[in-house]
Write a protein that binds this ligand. Structure first.
Ligand SMILES: *Cc1c(COP(=O)(O)O)cnc(C)c1O
Length: 401
């Protein structure tokens, strides 16, 4: 802006980009809300097009605020390991999950997964991926012998997809055992680590090729945006293959959402510690309550995979689900009476969220199908927040009376 300001017309001044002369060293990350970036010269443009890691061209391709979040997520995921990973941020968890699957599994090939998964992931595998010629085999991933014989007999299987702990039954799978087996048969492994975050569980360290997340949940933590991420050990694969789904299908994140995620990540360990302490207290309260038939919580010794949990998770996390003895009417009554617990079909936020599939998310699913999914009439899922545990427990105590 050294030129004489009168040398341009008013309209030109209106669109002029103001470059400040003082050096800018912001304490908080800046929100780079720009669709595109300027080339200094044709030479500069050529360099950028030859290697996008050298700078920024267009925000669907990459953006500085988005990249700050990606680099932080990759660092957290590989904490105290000698793994060097690359993260690719997406517009949502589903965008990240579909991109990692489509990057690995091609037409005519298959993937292997567990029986019970996050509902939309299951729907993706059952209804959309078959249209691309991708078949999903649902198997009992606890049965390692059965998994091995599947891998042995079916060379079309290219990916094992694990969600552990699973949503909402809290099933846990032996990630390192499955990864070792996958390595023998040259099959890749992706783990949906949304419930745990890198603070509680590190799938790459356990041998997985990809860790995938809905950052919408605990990583962002405040329920104010959507996002997803794929973090992989093979940086070239993330940069060249996974990134194509961002560039070509437009499932990119953006500066505002990435910035919210960056702010959320600053308190991740503090929030997770508190989430975990509260969840344990809530689970213990529910366990002794006469209205509760059964509780699924990874912190109990009675959890069927307790030995695996101890081996692969730092702490049990703050998700739990339980079964009310009173069935459908008890579930509805509980939903009506809670006040501290919010009726929200999301999870991983600072406040406690509760939902009753039979009267909420799964009202349009046939009773037989819902029960087959493990979502019985009195089944309730909870994401325990960071409030005072006493308030959550008193809320439940009153509502369960
Ligand atoms: C929410 C969730 C997803 C999907 O993430 P979105 O950000 O909603 O697209 C995937 N997996 C798990 C385990 C989830 O809880």
């Amino acid at each position: 802006m050294k030129q004489n300001k009168w040398s341009k017309g008013f309209a030109s001044l209106c669109v002029e980009h103001i470059n400040l002369e003082k050096k800018i060293l912001p304490h908080a990350e800046a929100i780079y809300a720009t669709s595109a970036f300027t080339f200094e010269s044709p030479q500069h443009a050529m360099e950028l097009f030859n290697d996008r890691d050298k700078g920024y061209i267009y925000s669907r391709w990459s953006n500085p605020t988005v990249e700050m979040a990606e680099q932080k997520l990759a660092l957290l995921e590989t904490y105290k390991t000698d793994i060097s990973a690359r993260a690719q941020l997406f517009s949502s968890g589903m965008a990240a999950i579909s991109a990692v699957i489509l990057s690995v599994v091609k037409e005519g090939e298959k993937m292997l997964t567990q029986h019970q998964l996050y509902g939309t992931t299951d729907e993706l595998m059952q209804s959309l991926l078959p249209e691309f010629g991708i078949e999903t085999i649902n198997a009992d991933l606890h049965n390692l012998k059965a998994v091995e014989s599947l891998l042995q007999s079916d060379k079309k299987i290219k990916l094992i997809y694990i969600e552990s702990p699973s949503n909402p039954l809290m099933e846990v799978f032996d990630i390192s055992a499955l990864c070792n087996m996958a390595l023998t048969y040259k099959v890749k492994v992706a783990v949906d680590n949304t419930f745990s975050t890198s603070y509680l569980q590190q799938p790459l360290k356990l041998g997985a090729d990809f860790s995938v997340y809905s950052t919408t949940k605990f990583l962002n933590g405040h329920g104010n945006n959507l996002g997803g991420v794929v973090i992989g050990k093979d940086k070239k694969f993330i940069k060249e293959k996974v990134w194509r789904y961002v560039k070509l299908l437009g499932s990119n994140s953006n500066a505002f959402d990435a910035w919210l995620l960056l702010q959320g990540l600053k308190t991740l360990s503090l929030r997770m510690d508190r989430h975990c302490v509260n969840a344990k207290l809530v689970a213990e309260f529910l366990q002794q309550h006469r209205a509760i038939a059964h509780i699924n919580y990874t912190g109990f010794k009675t959890h069927p995979q307790y030995n695996i949990i101890k081996k692969q998770m730092r702490l049990p996390g703050s998700m739990l689900s339980f079964e009310l003895k009173g069935g459908l009417s008890a579930g509805k009554k509980l939903m009506k009476k809670v006040k501290v617990c919010k009726l929200v079909t999301s999870l991983g936020t600072t406040d406690t969220l509760i939902q009753h599939p039979a009267s909420m998310t799964h009202v349009n699913v046939s009773v037989e199908r819902r029960i087959a999914m493990g979502l019985t009439d009195g089944f309730v899922r909870m994401s325990v927040g960071i409030e005072d545990a006493e308030d959550i427990i008193n809320d439940l105590k009153y509502a369960l009376e």
